[in-house]
Design a binder for this molecule. Structure first.
Ligand code: AMP
Ligand code: MG
Length: 272
C-alpha cells in the first residue's frame, strides 16, 4: 500500500501562528495521485473502523470532529465518505443551522454543548460554534466587541472539553473561489441538486474576502495543542478525503483505545 506523507504534521495550524490562506494551495495533493489516494483511503477507513470499535467498547473517552468550510467546500461529502468507516450507533452527526429563537435566547455555546459526543462516541459537527465568529462576524449579527470576545471563550470551552475526556479535532475544508463557482454551477445545472442551492449562496459568495479574513482569524486564534485546526486543501475531493481520514486515523491511533477486560469469568466455561 502507498505510504501517506505525514499530513497531520503538514496541515496542522501550529498554535500561536498566523494563518495566511493566500499561501495555501487549495489544489495541493502533497505528492499523492488520485489512484494512490484511493488505495490510501481504503486502508485508512479500515483502520478507522477498528479504532472506533475499540473507542466504543472502552466507553471512557470521546472524539469531537468539527467540520467547517465555505459553502460547497465539501462538508457533506466528507461526512458521507468518512462515516462509512463507522458504526452509526457510535457516531452522532450534528448540523448547525441558523439558530432558532430558543437557541438565540441562550448563549451561543448552549446548543453546542448539548451535542458534544458522549463516552465512546465520535461526534461530527457539520458547522459548529465557529459560525459565531464567522457568519455572525461577516454579517454583524452581534456587536464587534461581542464576537471578538468569543475566540478566548471558544478556546476555554474546548480546553474544558479536553480536560473532561473529549479529544477535539477541527478541519477547515479550503476550496478556492473558482472551485466554488464550478460547484455552484453544477448544482444549478442539475435539478437533483437544486435543493442544495439557494440564491442567497451567491450573496455570501460576494463576501468571499470577508469570510477568508474571518477564517484566518478563527484559525489563528483558536488552534491549540489539544484542539488543533487542520487546513485541508479541498479542491480535489479525493485528496480531501485522504487528508481527513489520515488525520483522524492518526488522532485515534494516538488515543489507543483498549477493549475493557470485562467481568472476571470462570475458566473453561462451556455454554450449554
Ligand atoms: P447549510 O449548511 O447549507 O445547511 O446552511 C446552514 C446555514 O446556517 C449557513 O448559512 C450558516 O451560515 C447558518 N448558520 C449556522 N450557524 C449560525 C449561527 N450561529 N448564526 C447565524 N447563522 C448560522
Ligand atoms: Mg448551503
Amino acid at each position: 500500500m502507498p505510504q501517506a506523507p505525514n499530513l497531520r504534521a503538514a496541515l496542522r495550524v501550529a498554535p500561536g501562528t498566523r494563518v495566511n490562506l493566500a499561501k495555501v494551495d487549495p489544489g495541493d495533493t502533497h505528492g499523492i495521485d488520485k489512484v494512490g489516494g484511493g488505495a490510501l483511503v481504503d486502508g485508512l477507513l479500515d483502520r478507522l473502523t477498528g479504532l472506533q470499535e475499540r473507542l466504543w467498547a472502552e466507553q471512557e473517552r470521546s472524539v469531537l470532529v468539527v467540520l467547517q468550510g465555505i459553502d460547497a467546500a465539501g462538508k457533506d461529502g466528507t461526512i458521507r465518505k468518512v462515516m462509512t468507516a463507522f458504526n452509526p450507533q457510535g457516531c452522532p452527526v450534528s448540523s448547525f443551522k441558523v439558530p432558532s429563537s430558543e437557541e438565540l435566547a441562550h448563549d451561543y455555546l448552549w446548543r453546542i454543548h448539548k451535542r458534544v459526543p458522549g463516552k465512546g462516541e465520535i461526534g461530527i459537527f457539520n458547522r459548529s460554534h465557529y459560525e459565531d465568529v464567522l457568519v455572525v462576524r461577516v454579517h454583524d449579527l452581534v456587536p464587534k466587541n461581542a464576537w471578538r470576545a468569543r475566540y478566548d471563550q471558544i478556546v476555554a470551552f474546548e480546553d474544558h472539553l479536553t480536560a473532561n475526556g473529549t479529544t477535539v479535532v477541527k478541519f477547515f475544508l479550503y476550496i478556492d473561489k473558482d472551485e466554488q463557482r464550478e460547484r455552484f454551477q453544477a448544482r444549478y445545472d442539475d435539478p437533483t441538486k437544486h435543493w442544495k442551492f439557494a440564491l442567497g449562496d451567491l450573496e455570501e459568495r460576494k463576501r468571499w474576502n470577508d469570510y477568508i479574513a474571518a477564517y484566518e482569524d478563527a484559525l489563528s486564534k483558536t488552534s491549540t495543542k489539544s484542539a488543533p485546526w487542520y487546513v485541508i486543501p479541498a479542491n480535489h475531493k479525493w485528496f480531501r478525503n485522504v487528508a481527513v481520514a489520515s488525520i483522524l486515523e492518526a488522532t485515534l491511533d494516538e488515543l489507543d483505545p483498549t477493549y475493557p477486560p470485562g467481568e472476571d469469568l470462570p475458566e473453561n466455561l462451556v455454554i450449554d
